[in-house]
Design a protein around this ligand. Structure first.
Ligand SMILES: [Zn+2]
Length: 324
């Protein structure tokens, strides 16, 4: 999960991260920890969508109307929770009733999608999300824009975020259109060895007893991780993937029968981000092999003749394609 989140942080275009697994394994903590580690974002002062001042045509309409030069501030990378019971108004934004009643103005009150712009949108138990919210998320994730046309409002604003969903597939299936929006999927299980469990419990307990001392103890390691992320982001544009590897990736996707070409694209981008995290400028076969299960596992069609798990099927296909 940490590797998948790091990849999403290096190249958000890879898409979101879907985390299947047990409750109480620190999934939401991992997302929050990563966001807290990231350097603050440069954004337009007073913008409700924290636009990037360099976004040009990608600025929200309010910022486009501001006129140059735009005043800049630094804001923390947002992590926004989308709770299961959230109303559509709360997610997309709605008419600001207070201003409408007090001043007779039709003003827009931004919702969770606005707050998540340029950050992370976290949905716990995403497989239980109501259908109409799923439709909405699919649209916004595809376009990077939230469009609100109702109650006499007509607003569109940028809404680009890394979608992180957690869930238990046994409690409800995810729609294929939404599954497809997640770049990577990983499985988190409760550790089954005594040493890891003791280690985790000790760390959690130490944090709860003295958060400040805990943060100080890990500050150096956090800094190293941040430096690694920043170096990877800087290196990414220079990372090349040879044609031979792209061919491997394509053959792998064909062997697995994935729909469309998003699987190959994700595999290519994720392998490139992984290479840059390791300080390498060329994607290797090892990068593709390592990232293939998390890039492909959630894109397989059910095969009634093959009851093996999806990870097993991906691993088997890797063996066949890379051995040829
Ligand atoms: Zn703006």
């Amino acid at each position: 999960m940490k590797q998948a989140l790091m990849i999403a942080a290096v190249d958000p275009v890879v898409g979101g991260v879907l985390v299947f697994g047990d409750r109480g394994t620190g999934k939401s903590t991992a997302v929050r920890a990563l966001a807290a580690l990231l350097p603050p974002m440069r954004s337009v002062r007073g913008c409700r969508y924290h636009c990037d001042p360099k976004a040009g045509a990608g600025l929200c309409s309010e910022c486009q109307a501001r006129g140059a030069p735009l005043e800049e501030v630094f804001v923390p990378v947002p992590v926004v929770d989308l709770p299961l019971g959230a109303t559509e108004d709360r997610v997309v934004g709605a008419l600001d009733l207070e201003r409408a009643l007090a001043h007779g103005e039709k003003a827009f009150e931004p919702g969770l999608l606005a707050r998540a712009n340029r950050g992370f949108l976290y949905i716990d138990e995403v497989n239980l999300l109501e259908d109409h919210l799923v439709d909405l998320l699919i649209d916004v994730a595809a376009s990077g824009e939230n469009v609100v046309e109702r109650e006499g409002l007509s607003v569109r604003h940028p809404a680009r975020f890394v979608l992180v969903g957690s869930g238990n597939p046994e409690e409800g299936e995810l729609r294929p259109q939404l599954l497809d929006r997640f770049g990577l999927s990983v499985e988190v299980t409760t550790p089954q060895d005594i040493a890891s469990r003791i280690d985790i419990v000790r760390r959690r307990d130490a944090y709860d007893r003295d958060p400040k001392a805990f943060a100080e103890k890990w500050a150096a390691e956090d800094r190293r991780l941040l430096e690694r992320l920043e170096a990877a982001r800087a290196l990414l544009p220079a990372v090349e993937a040879p044609d031979s590897l792209l061919e491997m990736a394509t053959r792998l996707c064909m062997a697995l029968g994935t729909d469309g070409l998003r699987a190959e694209l994700t595999l290519l981008r994720a392998a490139r981000a992984l290479a840059s995290l390791e300080g390498e400028t060329t994607v290797s076969e090892a990068h593709v092999r390592r990232i293939a299960p998390s890039s492909l596992r959630h894109r397989l069609r059910r095969d009634p003749l093959d009851e093996s798990g999806s990870t097993v099927r991906v691993t088997r296909a890797i063996g066949e394609v890379f051995a040829a």
